[in-house]
Design a protein around this ligand. Structure first.
Ligand code: MG
Ligand code: ZN
Length: 456
């Protein structure tokens, strides 16, 4: 009889022995402590993966959020996940994919997580140089009968969600009218279309985020010519939702596309932009005013999890990716409050995912960033000699915390950085998250947990 380890090595040839040992419990029917509360038709426990991505969630972002919200000695939900390690993020060069690019963008890093393969910056689940489409964990899960979902507080067409359900050479080809850098993919030239067209064709069960503007653009050619991706989705049986107040009324059994903002959604906390010279007294962050139709990331996540878990009965389980994208977007803008608010929002999602995994033991929860980012917690006494811009917040400890942004001379164009990131996990197979990993190992662990993967 073939052992589980041999099966794993077959389906995921690159999987390190460390991971195989740690996730063997997933496939062993007698695994200690296994409580099968969800069952599929074969009467076996369901296997679920909840992947939580903080865009730009580096060690600085986590520490800033903890200091501000709970105090330096406080504990985020993220801090209490029992298995953790570090994750390298580098991408590769388009002209020579054997060489690293030390600072990745969100497209190449999401590709590594989604497909287990490194690519060059700006590519979405296509190989560097050759452009070969790379199968994603979501597609593999869908094809194996799992329910699937993507949730983000950015546009659904943004690079992170895009890498799970589309394949294109350039990340900004969001909609059918944004294809100038992706001509071969345009329907005008017989291609599969923009990111939103491909995302609808991918038949993801739950899609929640922003990006309405891209989904409303008219498709110029091909079988859907003259219609928008939203109209194509409706015709394909999707329920289309544009107001988050309808999330709690959704019932399982019908795929759903929820677009709640023209582009990216509103950060939880209003902006506190860094400046030079440093601003005066420390500030506390304020709630942002949010359009009434925009749900929070937590509300979208709760709804997606409820729908996927209910709809997954009779299936092997589900795959759900939820992204806190505004950590990155506000870090680019040197906005500490915007960034911290989205980190706190992600932390609330972590608590919910963990509670679900506790009640449903076949579930793996992974939390990881896609790349490091600019902000540094600096000594306020030296803020005046910092070459960049700074902002100072009054933390939960009642003391000032000064954040410096110094990767660009343009205030609103702070850049990604290349340090390895924290990664943490809970649930089925989570013990494999240990030591120094890479984004490509996250794909391998998810594939092994779901027992899917590219066949040899
Ligand atoms: Mg992103
Ligand atoms: Zn970014």
């Amino acid at each position: 009889m073939t052992t589980w380890n041999e099966v794993l090595r077959t389906i995921v040839p690159g999987l390190p022995a460390l991971l195989i040992g740690a996730i063997a419990c997933v496939g062993a029917s007698g695994c200690a402590g296994m409580r099968a509360t969800q069952q599929n038709d074969a009467g076996t426990a369901q296997r679920n993966v909840i992947l939580l991505i903080g865009d730009g969630l580096g060690a600085s972002a986590i520490t800033m959020a903890r200091n501000y919200h709970l105090g330096a000695g406080g504990r985020l939900h993220l801090d209490d996940l029992p298995h953790s390690g570090f994750c390298t993020t580098y991408s590769v060069r388009e002209d020579d994919p054997t060489k690293p690019q030390y600072v990745t963008d969100s497209a190449a890093s999401a590709t590594a997580i989604a497909t287990g393969r490194k690519t060059s910056n700006h590519r979405v689940s296509t190989a560097a140089k050759t452009g070969e489409p790379l199968p994603t964990i979501l597609e593999l899960a869908r094809d194996a009968g799992f329910r699937t979902g993507l949730v983000t507080d950015a546009s659904l067409a943004d690079a992170t969600p895009a890498a799970f359900a589309s394949h294109i050479n350039y990340r900004w080809c969001h909609g059918p009218r944004m294809m100038s850098a992706c001509p071969a993919f345009s329907t005008i030239f017989g291609g599969p279309g923009s990111i939103v067209e491909q995302m609808v064709a991918a038949r993801v069960d739950v899609l929640f985020g922003g990006g309405e503007g891209s989904f409303e653009q008219t498709i110029p050619a091909g079988e859907h010519a003259g219609r928008s991706a939203l109209q194509v989705a409706k015709a394909a049986g999707y329920r289309v939702l544009r107001d988050g107040r309808g999330l709690s009324e959704l019932t399982p059994g019908q795929p759903v596309l929820g677009v709640f903002a023209e582009e990216n959604m509103t950060p939880r906390w209003a902006a506190s932009l860094a400046s030079f010279p440093p601003p005066g007294a420390p500030v506390r962050c304020r709630e942002a005013s949010r359009p009434s139709r925009e749900p929070t990331l937590v509300e979208m996540f709760d709804s997606a999890l409820r729908l996927l878990a209910a709809d997954a009965s009779g299936t092997p389980g589900f795959f759900l990716m939820a992204e806190a994208a505004l950590i990155d977007k506000r870090a680019h803008a040197a906005d500490a409050c915007g960034q911290i608010g989205d980190t706190i929002e992600l932390d609330a999602v972590v608590a919910r995912a963990r509670a679900f995994a506790y009640a449903n033991p076949g579930t793996l929860v992974i939390v990881v960033g896609d790349h490091d980012h600019t902000p540094q917690i600096v000594d306020p006494d030296f803020a005046r000699v910092n070459p960049g811009i700074t902002t100072t917040l009054e933390t939960a400890d009642g003391v000032p915390m000064t954040i410096a942004y110094a990767t660009s001379t343009f205030t609103f164009k702070q850049q990604h950085t290349g340090a390895q990131l924290p990664i943490a996990a809970y649930g089925a197979g989570a013990a494999a998250v240990a030591g120094r990993m890479d984004h490509t190992d996250v794909f391998a662990l998810m594939a092994a947990t779901l027992r899917i993967g590219a066949q040899p």
